[in-house]
Write a protein that binds this ligand. Structure first.
Ligand code: ADP
Ligand code: MG
Length: 608
């Protein structure tokens, strides 16, 4: 039989290997920005088109490359940063594998222009799918510019896996933030689809954090500092009030390299002790300086874990130095943050209601289902009145900030909840409806309409009781609007903020969202707000409701469309309970049927 084993051509091998390094446009940005840092650049410009699908351009004013090096740089395992394996334990550069450029060039059309300081002319190389198409002299400025076009043009399967432009751009920003936070002495400019997106001038660590994440960070951070023989620790930790459920803005760096480490995170959380609200996590920006021989960065190129020889000791030191900062700043659990004076003293950023445990609008002596359970069921009228009474009582009992959702969950959780409504059976029909049997009645719920109703009532009830945005966005979400839309949003901004959106103007026709209310799906926040503004503009023209009414309506409508229609059994049960305990749950705000109730006696009639 003939031999069947053959070597793969370089271009194919490179393409396969590229899969390890280049997974999405953000990976290209990471590698090229790191290369610019390694080349001692002090200014880096990142220009992104179509979230990197069409073009990624990174320019630096670093040392540049010679003509030969420029060509060599694209070879696999071509690096100027290490010479032998032992060097890995001395490494202070970001890269050292010599794989990034080979990988990028294998799956894109890349142009490189580079010039060294004393060279008269630079060089320009065009390479596509690992094949050098041209190299010629070029009169470019000192430094290096990579332009990576049509990423994955020759690996369509990879291209298909890319998410929406917004998601991909957010990944890119996350990479840039990591590098920019690690290198505050380097100036960054970000250009998105031809427009200036952000500019971070050369600064110090604190100023860089504020530049990226906004002014509210300024007063909410405390410095940490510790100098021991094993490690030097510096950086900032958030005051407990900055803690968020999403644990946003958590950054560890070692020797200016971003990393993640569960054990270190544990130390940080332990240091706060009971100062943090349950399940909330503080922001932090912690920088470690350590002898490179004490860490091992030699793991998979896209992984961000790093091995520390002294992991345990560093954990102890970290915990101690955070505790020390917390102690020095007099942050103790007994500090009463409901004291207005105290609170505003500490924070100059927008404060709203201080964090306090939710009050539960629960009246244990009242049981809406009791009479129903006891009554012989053909008494329809009295049943209807019971429902009315439930909502009346609920409305009357309501104090500020109380939400229907709290009400239902309190009913679920209450110790005496023996008689609480119980979903005996529920199932989803065509992903559109839920059929449920609860306390002797059959409910057929239109999921979207019922969700719309629920959101509408929650939003409407929340007006005039400014909500703390309970979900902090991982990275600020930027929203670009048309001039008209921006004007609309501006006029209703105070009301939108009242509902728990942490949203600020950000240049011409742009806004940034740092937090959203808890009943909004954070991953859809950007789409939601854009839709909301578009729909709001429409409804504005036709309906003569109050502004609040309109906002609640449009926002609820926009948000309800995003509900993932496939629900787990628990989600379904919770949803059913929320729905049927809401007032006027049977109809949408426009009067369309949202839920059909079938009484057992109706069934009797059907079978007669
Ligand atoms: P690594 O960074 O692991 O060495 P890369 O493939 O990212 O591997 O880069 C290969 C080499 O190309 C680098 O070692 C460096 O010498 C050179 N290089 C890459 N980017 C730049 C840049 N922006 N400026 C100067 N030299 C660069
Ligand atoms: Mg590199």
């Amino acid at each position: 039989m003939a031999d069947i084993i053959h070597l793969l051509p370089d271009s194919v091998a490179n393409q396969i290997a590229a899969g390890e390094v280049v997974q999405r446009p953000a990976s290209v940005v990471k590698e090229l920005v790191e290369n610019a840092i390694d080349a001692h650049a002090t200014e880096i410009t990142i220009a992104i088109i179509d979230a990197g699908r069409t073009s990624i351009q990174i320019s630096d004013n670093g040392v540049g490359m010679s003509e030969t090096d420029a060509r060599m740089a694209f070879e696999r395992h071509a690096t100027s940063k290490i010479s032998d394996a032992a060097d890995i334990f001395k490494i202070r550069s970001m890269g050292f594998r010599g794989e990034a450029l080979a990988s990028i060039a294998a799956v894109s059309q890349t142009e490189l222009k580079t010039k060294q300081k004393d060279a008269e002319l630079g060089t320009k190389i065009i390479i596509a799918g690992s094949k050098i198409e041209s190299q010629e002299p070029d009169a470019c400025p000192q430094g290096t510019t990579f332009t990576v076009k049509n990423l994955f043009f020759n690996t369509p399967a990879r291209r298909k896996f890319l998410k929406s432009n917004q998601t991909e751009f957010n990944y890119i920003l996350a990479e840039i933030y990591q590098t920019a936070l690690a290198n505050p002495d380097v100036a960054f400019t970000i250009i998105k689809d031809g427009d200036l997106y952000a500019k971070y001038p050369k600064s110090n660590h604190k100023q860089r954090i504020v530049n990226i994440f906004g002014k509210q960070m300024d007063k909410g951070l405390l410095p940490i500092e510790d100098d021991s023989s094993i490690v030097k620790i510096h950086g900032f930790i958030g005051v407990p009030e900055m803690a968020r459920k999403t644990g946003a803005h958590q950054f560890f760096f070692v020797n200016n390299r971003f990393f993640r480490q569960k054990s270190f995170l544990g130390s940080v959380i332990r240091a706060y002790g009971n100062l943090l609200p349950p399940k909330e996590y503080p922001p932090f920006f912690i920088y470690l300086e350590i002898d490179p021989a004490e860490i091992d960065v030699n793991i998979h190129p896209t992984k961000t874990e790093i091995k520390f020889a002294e992991e345990f000791n560093i954990c102890q030191l970290l915990e101690a130095s955070i505790k020390c900062t917390i102690g020095k700043n007099n942050i103790v659990p007994s500090l009463d943050f409901s004291d207005e004076a105290n609170y505003s003293d500490m924070f100059s950023f927008k404060t709203s209601d201080p964090v306090k445990p939710p009050t539960i609008p629960y009246n244990p002596s009242y049981n809406p289902f009791k009479s129903q359970n006891e009554a012989s069921y053909p008494n329809t009228h009295s049943n209807e009145r019971n429902w009315e009474k439930l909502f009346e009582d609920y409305q009357n009992n309501k104090t500020e900030n109380q939400q229907i959702i709290e009400f239902s969950s309190s009913m679920n959780n209450h110790e005496n909840a023996d008689n609480a409504p119980h979903v005996e059976f529920c199932t989803q029909i065509q992903k559109k409806y839920i059929l449920a049997y609860v306390s002797g009645k059959i409910y057929i719920i239109d999921i979207k309409r019922a969700h719309y109703r629920l959101l509408y009532d929650t939003f409407y009830d929340n007006f005039n009781h400014t909500q703390e945005p309970s979900q902090q966005t991982l990275i600020p979400i930027r929203i670009d609007l048309t001039a008209d839309e921006a004007e609309t949003l501006q006029t209703i901004l105070p009301q939108v903020r009242e509902l728990g959106f942490d949203i600020e103007e950000f240049g011409k026709n742009s806004f940034v969202v740092n937090g959203v209310p808890s009943n909004i799906d954070i991953s859809e926040a950007q789409q939601l707000i854009t839709d909301f503004i578009t729909n709001f503009e429409e409804s504005n023209k036709t309906i003569q409701d109050s502004v609040q009414e309109q906002i609640a309506r449009t926002l609820a409508k926009s948000a309800s469309l995003f509900r993932n229609p496939t629900m787990s059994k628990e989600e379904m049960e919770q949803f059913v309970l929320q729905v049927i305990q809401n007032k006027s749950f049977t109809i949408t705000p426009e009067g369309q049927i949202a839920t059909i109730i079938v009484e057992p006696e109706d069934l009797l009639k059907k079978f007669n």
